[in-house]
Design a protein around this ligand. Structure first.
Ligand SMILES: Cc1cc2nc3c(=O)[nH]c(=O)nc-3n(C[C@H](O)[C@H](O)[C@H](O)COP(=O)(O)OP(=O)(O)OC[C@H]3O[C@@H](n4cnc5c(N)ncnc54)[C@H](O)[C@@H]3O)c2cc1C
Length: 342
């Protein structure tokens, strides 16, 4: 049986400046995506999509094939971003096939609040109903929550025929924050996520007042998938707790390694289901031995180990540099700034 792979194509007619391919390759490689070249044919492979770019005497033709409409859209957006950097005069002129007439980005959904409840002193669980949620099942364990300004009738993102997502701005600008699915039930069209409450947080304020039936936007999936490894080092703070819990739920029974989780309050530490070979260490923020110090203490990495760190930007950045210096191959690490100190 041949699976239907949606395709989007485009072409650019114009002179290609010297160094175009080198610049494009550098942009992709910055994101860990190798660009293979065979003569005039360039190929890049994403997890769920493939880009094929053919150079010719009048410019280039590009085709993206993907495993679904969402990865197709996401890969096309990335390609446009890379072209914006490597050859801006091309990306602004190119139009793409395969963009639906509705102009709604395929990774955008409306979701309505079913309810909120407190699960620990500083975490709120929000349950949502969302049509088309099956599209959010694969390709990442996170989504962006899009909150319209209070008291306005919401305007949502739209897609142009150039494949770009146009975001409402000014008084209609949406507040965007990334969250992790605690669970998704595609059949029931429901999902839940946990919000770590913090002062000044727009999402915290929204969740404290949210009432059933209220509609918000959801965009995803994205933000990283489950690490494909059995030897794990997972580290993070409260914002990473939902992601670490899901990684542990997804990990094989023979997984081994260490989980380091830092919270400010000991009461925000739920019981986690941890494979037998994984040691779980809870740390208190503010103590001398917090998350940053615990990561500093690690002096070597083992063969095949996957290092996953998500926390405040400075901690994630320092960890990335440190593990790189320890020789961690790029494809065995995930370091993400989940929030930025104000
Ligand atoms: C891929 C990904 C997945 C994530 N998953 C989750 C999740 O499941 N649950 C969750 O709670 N968070 C999660 N986060 C973190 C969350 O997106 C950020 O904390 C975000 O800033 C919250 O938005 P906000 O609207 O509450 O605050 P913003 O309006 O963005 O920020 C307002 C102020 O709050 C400060 N702030 C933001 N986060 C924190 C914090 N954690 N502690 C103290 N001050 C803070 C900022 O510095 C700023 O001054 C995730 C982030 C990423 C990138």
């Amino acid at each position: 049986m041949t699976l239907h792979r949606p395709v989007s194509t485009s072409r650019f007619d114009g002179a290609l400046p010297e160094g175009f391919v080198t610049r494009l390759r550098a942009q992709l490689e910055d994101y860990g995506i190798p660009l293979e070249q065979r003569g005039t044919q360039l190929t890049a492979r994403y997890a769920q999509a493939e880009i094929d770019l053919r150079l010719d005497h009048t410019g280039f033709a590009v085709q993206i094939a993907a495993e679904g409409e969402v990865p197709l859209h996401q890969c096309r957006e990335s390609m446009i971003y890379f072209l914006d950097l490597a050859l801006p005069e091309a990306s602004t002129r190119m139009t793409w096939s395969g963009i639906g007439a509705t102009r709604t980005p395929p990774n955008f959904h409306l979701a309505s609040v079913l309810g909120t409840r407190r699960i620990t002193p500083n975490f709120l669980r929000v349950e949502m109903a969302c049509e088309g949620i099956a599209a959010l099942l694969t390709g990442g364990m996170h989504f962006s929550l899009l909150l319209p300004p209070e008291g306005t009738s919401p305007r949502w993102p739209e897609l142009t025929e150039q494949g770009r997502t146009i975001w409402p701005d000014g008084a209609c600008a949406l507040h965007r924050a990334a969250y992790t699915f605690v669970w998704l039930d595609a059949e029931a069209g429901r999902f839940a996520f946990d919000i770590f409450e913090h002062e000044g947080g727009r999402t915290t304020d929204w969740a404290r007042r949210a009432v059933p039936g209220e509609t918000v936007g959801v965009m995803g999936p994205g933000g990283g998938d489950f690490p494909e490894a059995t030897h794990l080092l997972l580290a993070g703070d409260e914002t990473a707790l939902p992601a670490i819990r899901r990684i542990l739920e997804h990990a094989p029974a023979n997984a081994r390694g260490t989980v380091i989780l830092e919270t400010a309050s000991e009461q925000d530490r739920p019981a986690l289901t941890v494979p037998e070979g994984i040691e779980l260490r809870w740390l208190s923020r503010g103590d001398a031995g917090g998350l940053a110090a615990a990561l500093e203490e690690i002096t070597d990495i083992e063969d095949g180990q996957f290092v996953w760190v998500a926390a405040e930007k400075a901690i994630a950045r320092t960890a990335k540099a440190r593990f790189k210096a320890l020789g961690l191959p790029r494809e065995r690490g995930y370091f993400s700034a989940y929030w930025i100190k104000g």
